[in-house]
Ligand binder design. Structure first.
Ligand code: HDE
Length: 722
């Protein structure tokens, strides 16, 4: 039987016919079908049921998962109009059964993430160091899928907590999938995988009460940290502005561990990977991040989505640090210890390529949720180092996919499939999607010439390292210095960044209920920097500095590492930034047009905000629609704002709390504000003062100049920083 050409389903939005209108009741299975061949039905089908996949154009008939066309998608099958629903209704049962199983376990860490497709293009060959084609073929574009994530929160949690961010990139290379599964921070909390479950348990919601969600500011995390001095360097990064990024497009990414590059002869060079955002690194202020949580839970996801949809494709350069075993021996730290960076003064960065994200996934679940990264996904020419954290990760990622994605064939899910041919003798298993042919599923074999064989010259070879030693649960002596780089990080920051870091510690520890945990933590800080510990103790209202717990090694004073700063390394640009213009009835049309033009010319996106979404009539008598309604579009979602108001509107909005918050938050978040005379009463009500960042709206050039940066000089006037 062939499928009817015209679907008989109820159109979307329409009510299905009642029993009376329809006449004689029909069973769900009694759909009539036209005879004869149907090209749509007879067309070959791939995996996954194309009927659901067709977008636009011809509307396909709605079917069950068995391909049976559904006549009525609004009513279950009943015994009489008011009678019970029948168990026989296989259409209802299938629909509900599938719905009941829509969720899979979320990632134990990095559950909340956003991802995009794109490409990586090599700009400088590393052929001298590696045989991996992805790093030797200049100009070659390799497809990538990149996922950015928070670490602690659940899948549905907020985008802007204070947290490290995952920065995972899957390269679909010609030689197999290569995953660089990094973070936006170049070090980690712990030195050995053995401690990972404890670390994660300590920052997740506490087990007896189930809160707090998506935050480190609670007793269990700080209890663990204060007893784990190796975490001090990471804590400096975690309490810095790095963990409250402005946008996923404005974050750096790091491979964290040392890896190896292997040349054709198997000679090894150590490598560290760095992603640098082309828009420059940029963070929010803590108060801003906290208020963003209320303004827009999806702030980062939306920003990534909108920039890609607008064709402003996020891009990063990939840089490497390369060093030999002998050079590493001379470092004043052990590069196999993941709590250490290799300062750029020791090994400079070399830019080798560029990643561009230019396509949002078609389906969030199928791609972003089901993508399975694994640091063990390597290609010939790249290898692991002995970093004990990395070694533990090699087991964990594959293992976690078995529970998350349900079985050993998750590599067949489209987002996880290599884009190069792959063939082996692994067979069967849960959800096998392939149909392997032939008799031979073993090796050695002689029955089938075309059965896959190992290929020694082309294949993956591990570095032939000659590691030796007595078995034991060991921690090398060279991992004993927990404080020198933590101190280097803190002392390398600019003054406002140091103040933010100290305030972040005060904020977090103020949420800790157990005094001994707070005290032990401040004691640990004394090893990092006595002045920092004093500031935090003072911010917590401690009467005296607590004693420092014993340290395996005192901190050494290292030269500053300017690369850890954000201030001074941010880009002086409006590209990728968003400017909000608040207007109302009678606002100056010419000024609005000029400001918008200047900001857009400088690369910004401009959004118009008004008390009503329909907008208002401007001074030229024309109605201007708004992009956002004032109460739902606070100034924290913008990088700079302008306020253009008639005299009457200025007086009216000075009594409107959403408008007052709009200007007052822009002021306290150190943003540039352009305004006209009509806006003066509102600015006054919002407590907006005068400084270089407050400019006349009649001077769009001046506004663009100050909108590119935050007004750091304003901050000490506004808040007491620790
Ligand atoms: Fe992960 N990590 N991790 N991690 N990690 C996971 O794998 C793990 C570590 C990172 O967008 C899990 O598929 C162990 C460092 C990212 O899907 C899990 C250890 C770094 C992502 C896991 C670490 C990372 C994960 C959870 C210590 C930065 C998200 C779900 C030995 C270099 C990837 C999953 C995505 C995810 C284990 C430490 C980055 C459980 C055991 C260090 C970006 O397998």
């Amino acid at each position: 039987m062939a499928r009817p050409r015209t679907p008989t389903t109820t159109p979307p939005g329409a009510q299905p016919p009642t029993e009376r209108q329809r006449g004689k009741p029909k069973s769900a299975g009694s759909v009539g079908r036209a005879a004869g061949p149907d090209p749509e039905f007879d067309a070959p089908r791939g995996q996954g049921g194309e009927y659901q996949q067709q977008a636009g154009g011809k509307r396909p008939p709605l079917t069950t998962n068995q391909g049976v066309v559904i006549a009525d998608n609004q009513n279950s099958l009943k015994q009489g109009p008011r009678g019970p629903t029948l168990l026989e209704d296989f259409i209802l049962r299938e629909k509900i059964m599938h719905f009941d199983h829509e969720r899979i376990p979320e990632r134990i860490v990095h559950a909340r993430g956003s991802a995009a497709h794109g490409y990586f293009e090599l700009t400088k060959s590393l052929a001298k160091y590696t045989r991996a084609k992805i790093f030797t073929e200049v100009g070659e574009r390799t497809p990538v899928f990149a996922r950015f994530s928070t670490v602690a929160g659940s899948k549905g949690s907020i985008d802007t907590p204070r947290d490290a961010r995952g920065f995972a990139v899957k390269f679909y290379t010609k030689e197999g999938n290569y995953d660089l599964v990094g973070n936006n921070i170049p070090v980690f909390f712990i030195q050995d995988a053995m401690k990972f479950p404890d670390l994660v348990h300590s920052f997740k919601p506490e087990p007896d009460r189930g809160f707090p969600q998506a935050t480190n500011a609670h007793d269990t995390l700080w209890d663990f940290i204060s007893l784990t001095p190796e975490s001090m360097h990471m804590i400096m990064w975690a309490m810095s502005d790095r963990t409250i990024p402005r946008s996923l497009r404005m974050m750096e990414g790091f491979g964290v561990h040392s890896f190896r590059l292997l040349d054709n002869e198997g000679r090894s060079t150590f490598v560290k990977f760095h992603w640098r955002p082309e828009l420059g690194i940029q963070s929010t202020l803590w108060d801003e991040a906290a208020k963003l949580q209320a303004a827009d839970n999806d702030y980062h996801r939306r920003d990534l989505f909108e920039s890609i949809q607008a064709g402003d494709f996020p891009a990063w350069t990939l840089a490497v640090q390369l060093f030999t075993e002998e050079e590493a021996e001379a470092f004043p730290f052990d590069h196999l210890d993941p709590t250490k960076i290799v300062p750029e003064s020791l090994v400079p960065l070399q830019v080798v390529g560029r990643m561009v994200l230019d396509r949002w996934p078609d389906n969030f679940f199928a791609e972003t949720e089901q993508v399975a990264f694994c640091p063990a996904n390597l290609v010939p020419g790249i290898d692991f180092s002995n970093d004990p954290l990395l070694q533990g990760r090699l087991f964990s990622y594959l293992d976690t996919q078995l529970i998350r994605l349900g079985g050993p064939n998750f590599h067949q899910i489209p987002i996880n499939q290599p884009k190069c041919p792959f063939a082996n003798h692994q067979r069967d298993g849960h959800m096998q999607m392939q149909v392997p042919r032939g008799r031979v599923n073993y090796e050695p074999s002689s029955l089938q010439e075309d059965s896959p064989r190992a290929d020694a010259p082309a294949g993956f070879r591990s570095h032939a390292s000659a590691d030796d030693g007595a078995k034991g649960r060991l921690r090398p002596e060279s991992f004993a210095d927990h404080f020198s780089q933590a101190r280097m990080f803190f002392r390398s920051l600019e003054a406002p960044e140091q103040a933010h870091l100290a305030s972040a510690l005060v904020f977090e520890l103020s949420k800790v209920e157990t005094p001994k945990v707070r005290e032990r933590m401040v004691g640990q800080l004394r090893h990092v920097d006595e002045a920092l510990a004093t500031r935090v103790a003072d911010g917590l209202g401690m009467d005296a500095l607590p004693p420092a717990p014993p340290a395996a090694m005192p901190a050494q004073d290292l030269p500053p590492a300017p690369e850890v700063r954000i201030i001074g390394r941010m880009k002086d640009t409006l590209k990728g930034r968003c400017v909000g213009i608040l207007f109302d009835e009678g606002s100056d049309a010419a000024a609005l047009k000029a400001l918008r033009k200047a900001a857009e010319a400088a690369g910004a996106t401009v959004r118009l905000v008004a008390p009503k979404l329909g907008g208002a009539v401007l001074s030229d008598g024309k109605k201007q629609a708004a992009d956002g309604q004032l109460a739902g579009t606070p100034s924290q979602v913008f990088d700079a704002v302008a306020v253009l108001l008639s005299e009457a509107a200025g007086k009216k909005l000075a009594k409107e709390s959403a408008a007052v918050d709009f200007v007052s938050n822009a002021w306290v978040h150190l943003k540039a504000i352009a305004s006209d005379a009509g806006a003066a009463p509102l600015l006054k009500a919002g407590g907006v003062g005068r400084d270089a960042g407050i400019v006349d709206a009649a001077d769009p050039k001046a506004f663009v100049a100050v909108a590119k940066t935050r007004q750091w000089a304003r901050e000490p006037k506004l808040r007491t920083l620790a």
